[in-house]
Design a protein around this ligand. Structure first.
Ligand code: SF4
Length: 260
């Protein structure tokens, strides 16, 4: 939780490490009620290099709108998974190639981590790793984690696992988030197990549409986006599970879940 900026400020001020409602943003009232600038380490590293070499140097990479480089975490069915520094706007297939290429046939790709978006292999053509390019598909880079799931991993089971994890990771202080994330995870679990009510898809659609913006932080927004992206882009797989229950690949877990 302390990674969320208002939770970090709250803890430094002697309170609980839980997000607080904004406004005020920490830039208006933060540590000891003073305006506080909070940046992640990657941004600070970029600032240090820009101070040393100048903004023109930084702008030699990337685009006018998103200049420079960024760190991307690459995992899954890749020969050399790891953290890569890429030019903003690098095509996804170029990143795969730089990492030694795929080591298995591709089933799906998650871009942006657990608040991110799912892509089918067919939809990956021309996907570039910049927020502007991804925004055209309703996606974003988020935490810049990219996971290539092999074809023998089940996108339904992986979505259910992550949704359950995220639903248990709320700060337990905003009713819509606590109850909404749990309801979505439960409905998904029932779809994955073939025991869902006929209304499950409509419920998930309604909840993932109405939940964003209903909490002190963006946790419910992230879960809603992640789930909606999976259900929208892999509807056939979800429908198969709803009718037949778990598939043979449901136990091939790829995405890391802490404490599981
Ligand atoms: S929205 Fe959810 S995770 Fe965020 S502060 Fe509220 S209960 Fe916690």
């Amino acid at each position: 939780l302390s990674g969320q900026e208002t939770a970090l400020v709250s803890q430094i001020n002697g309170g609980l490490a839980k997000p607080t409602f904004i406004p005020p943003r920490p830039t208006t009232r933060g540590v000891r009620r003073q305006p506080t600038l909070i940046l992640n380490v990657e941004t600070l590293a970029h600032l240090a290099l820009i101070a040393r070499y100048g903004s023109d140097w930084y702008r030699e990479l990337g685009s006018e709108r998103e200049p420079g480089s960024r760190l991307v975490t690459l995992a899954g069915a890749i020969h050399n998974p790891g953290i890569y520094e890429i030019e903003n706007g690098t095509p996804l297939d170029a990143l795969f190639e730089a990492a030694g290429g795929l080591n298995d046939s591709l089933g799906s790709v998650l871009v942006g981590g657990y608040f991110g978006s799912w892509f089918t292999p067919a939809a990956l053509e021309n996907v570039a790793l910049s927020n502007a390019a991804l925004a055209q598909t309703g996606a974003g880079l988020g935490c810049a984690a990219v996971v290539a799931l092999p074809a023998n991993a089940c996108v339904v089971a992986e979505t259910v696992r992550v949704a359950i994890y995220l639903a248990t990771e709320t700060a337990h202080q905003c009713g819509p988030c606590v109850h909404g994330t749990a309801a979505i995870a439960r409905a998904l679990h029932e779809i994955g197990g073939g025991t869902a009510a006929a209304s499950a898809y409509a419920d998930i659609n309604r909840w993932t549409t109405t939940l964003p913006g209903r909490g002190a932080c963006h946790h419910p927004n992230g879960l809603a986006h992640f789930v909606a992206s999976a259900v929208h882009n892999f509807r056939d797989q979800f429908t198969d599970h709803a009718h037949k229950g778990p598939c043979d690949d449901c136990s091939n877990h790829i995405l890391p879940i802490p404490h599981s």
